[in-house]
Every structure is written in structure tokens, then in C-alpha cells.
Ligand binder design. Structure first.
Ligand code: SF4
Length: 371
């Protein structure tokens, strides 16, 4: 099957005619709806954009998880970057989605409007080029992302090292997804029946990277097309009903058992695994990637010490609870009123993969169905 087959309307219709009655009869046996977490922000968007969240709503409560890297970046990391932007000799480089994320006192976007040198780049490589063109200034790249993004940034650090580019630095706020899921399954309050695991991260870490879930929770590695979404939910439901706690790989067109060993090796050579702060979760053991000793002269946090303001989040913002799947965007009193994509108060409304922005664009007229 090619990617277009996974969007085939007729096939989707035929599948849903089989799957929806199965879900209906299963929840009768269960006595309640299924509760599945879509860990990945891309899944959150896909379920809403395709209308599948609404189609499944009578049978399945879909809970958004900690899979949007912008959303889980801790407020103190944003404060760190904003403090860099205020330094005269520093050029801050970042992906565009970080520009409007609120720090405690400002945003990178506001700092730029006030005269700071903050530049949007499309890759970490571009940031290395910026450094080469501005030898008398320090160029700091904000490294935000999961296992999918980090290898590209590792390669940029290695390139800077090879080319003896000494004014390029990375502020590494990279995170590893499995430790966050592990934290969720240890939380007795949660009652999640199963996990739809992130397809992109799984390309890197493989099915093997999720084996800690085996024997504990049904989990499916799934793709992002309508037929992927529907079949993932079907297999999760089927496994809940039959008591199977397998890690099923339904995205085998891209995900291998071992993942991508080459990319994992690049990560291993460049970074070291450390405990880091996640928005909402606090510190999670072994969940962050700091720049390792071979490349520590490229580590902004080590090489450019900086004073930052006392960290505080926007009053009333529920992003911390939303990324843990404990609350839905509609439960935030600011949603769609004081907080909109034009004037976001928290990262979940800034990021195009954030739950708040997704619900704002695709779900807000269906509030009653989804709460
Ligand atoms: S709606 Fe805005 S303020 Fe509320 S949780 Fe979402 S991002 Fe935070």
C-alpha cells in the first residue's frame, strides 16, 4: 500500500462499518468508554483534522499526551533563551515555533521587536552558517525536540567541531519520550487503557524502545493517515478486551524493531542522558539530552553562563496538566477567550501540534462531544 491508500475514503468507510460496531459492543462489555492516550502531537492534530476524534467520541476518549516538544519545554528553558536574546553579543537562532512561546517575562518574538538579534532558522546547519558569517558574536541555537530532531542537531554540532567554528553553541532542551510515558504509567490516577505511540519517534528508537510497556499496557505504534488512526484504535480496543499487552507495530512501513541504529549512534556520540525538567511533570530521570563531554565547548549552558528571571507561568494556564493528559483544553478558563493562537498564553496554544491550538482550530464547536 502506498501513502494514498491509507487515505482511501472507500476503504475507510468499509473499515469503520466494521470497527464502529465492534467498539460499540466492546464498551457495553467494558461498561464505559475506552481511554486511549495519543502520545504524539502529530496524532493529536490528525485525529482532529480528519474528524476521527469526533467519529470515535461516543466510544473512545482520546487523551492528548506529552508528545509536543514545544509544549513540554520547561518555562525555565524559555527564560534561559530570552536571557540570551538580551545579551548584546549573542545572536539567538531558533525554529519559528519557539518565537511566541511565553517565558516568565517575555517571548523571543517580543525581544526581537525590542531590538534583540533573534533569527528563525530552518535547520541547526543554518545556525552553524550564521555563526560562520558572524565570527565576532556568539550564536546560540535553541535545541528543542525529541529523538526525531536531536540527531540533526547532533550532526550540526559535529560539523561545527570539524570546521572549527568556535562561536556556535547549542542550548540543549532535547527530551526522550519513553521516560515521560513511563512516568505516566506509574501514575495510579491516570487509568489509561492503552497508548498510541508516536510513529516518528518510533522510527528512531524502534519497537524495542517501547518494550518497557510490554506486559503492562496495550500499545500500538501507529501512522498518521486516516486508516492508520482507525486501525490503531481498533487494535488497541481489541487488545484491551482480550487482555493482551503487546506492543504492536502497525507502522512497519517505516518503523523497524531496532529503530535507526545510525541515528541512535550519532545521539550517543554527541549527547549524554541526564534528568531534566518537563513542563507539568517536573524532573524526569534519564529523559534529557545534554551535550556530552566530547563536544562540551559547544554547550551554551556551560560556556555562556547567564542570569535569568525567577520562573513563573501565566496565571490560569493549564498546559502542565494538559501535557500529562489530566485535563482537556476546554477545561482551561482562558481557552478561546484570553488565550487564542493570535495571543497565546501558553505553549499548547503556540505550537501547531499543541492540544490547545488543535482544539481551538478543529474542536471548539464540538465542545460538548469531547469534554
Ligand atoms: S488555553 Fe492557553 S492558557 Fe489555557 S492551557 Fe491552553 S495554552 Fe494555557
Amino acid at each position: 500500500m502506498n501513502v494514498f491508500s491509507y487515505r482511501d475514503g472507500k476503504m475507510f468507510q468499509q473499515l469503520s462499518e466494521k470497527i464502529i460496531p465492534f467498539l460499540a459492543s466492546s464498551i457495553e462489555r467494558l461498561g464505559r468508554k475506552f481511554r486511549f492516550m495519543e502520545v504524539c502531537g502529530t496524532h493529536t492534530v490528525s485525529f482532529s483534522k480528519t474528524g476521527i476524534r469526533e467519529l470515535l467520541a461516543p466510544y473512545v476518549e482520546l487523551i492528548s499526551g506529552p508528545g509536543c516538544p514545544v509544549c513540554v519545554t520547561d518555562q525555565s528553558d524559555m527564560d534561559h533563551m530570552i536571557a540570551y536574546a538580551r545579551e548584546k553579543d549573542v545572536i539567538v537562532t531558533t525554529f519559528g515555533d519557539m518565537m511566541k512561546v511565553p517565558g516568565s517575562v517575555s517571548t523571543l518574538s517580543r525581544e526581537r521587536a525590542d531590538g534583540a538579534d533573534v533569527r528563525i532558522v530552518y535547520s541547526a546547519d543554518d545556525a552553524v552558517e550564521t555563526a560562520k558569517q558572524n565570527c565576532n558574536r556568539q550564536v546560540v541555537f535553541l535545541g528543542v525536540g525529541f529523538e526525531t530532531t536531536a540527531p540533526g542537531i547532533a550532526l550540526a554540532i559535529q560539523k561545527a567541531s570539524r570546521e572549527r567554528c568556535r562561536n556556535f553553541f547549542v542550548y540543549s532542551a532535547h527530551k526522550l519520550t519513553p521516560p515521560a510515558v513511563q512516568t505516566l504509567i506509574q501514575d495510579a490516577e491516570h487509568q489509561i487503557d492503552g497508548f498510541l505511540l508516536p510513529g516518528h519517534v518510533s522510527v528512531m528508537i524502534g519497537r524495542k524502545g517501547w518494550m518497557f510497556l510490554a506486559d503492562k499496557h496495550p500499545a500500538v505504534i501507529g501512522g498518521f493517515e486516516p486508516i492508520d488512526l482507525l486501525t490503531s484504535i481498533y487494535f488497541l480496543a481489541r487488545n484491551v478486551i482480550s487482555g493482551k499487552t503487546d506492543i504492536m507495530n502497525l507502522y512497519s512501513r517505516f518503523v523497524r524493531e531496532e529503530g535507526n541504529p545510525k541515528a541512535l549512534d550519532i545521539l550517543k556520540k554527541t549527547f549524554q542522558i541526564i534528568p531534566v525538567q518537563w513542563r507539568g511533570f517536573g524532573e524526569i530521570d534519564n529523559s534529557g539530552l545534554a551535550i556530552g563531554s566530547s563536544y562540551n565547548s559547544y554547550d551554551a549552558a556551560r560556556m555562556i553562563p547567564i542570569q535569568k528571571p525567577k520562573t513563573k507561568t501565566a496565571k490560569g494556564c493549564r498546559c502542565g496538566e494538559i501535557v500529562k493528559g489530566k485535563e482537556k483544553p476546554f477545561q482551561c478558563k482562558l481557552f478561546g477567550r484570553a488565550c487564542t493562537p493570535e495571543k497565546p498564553l501558553g505553549p499548547c496554544m503556540v505550537s501547531s501540534e499543541g492540544a490547545c491550538s488543535t482544539y481551538y482550530y478543529f474542536e471548539k464547536d464540538k465542545e460538548l462531544v469531547n469534554t
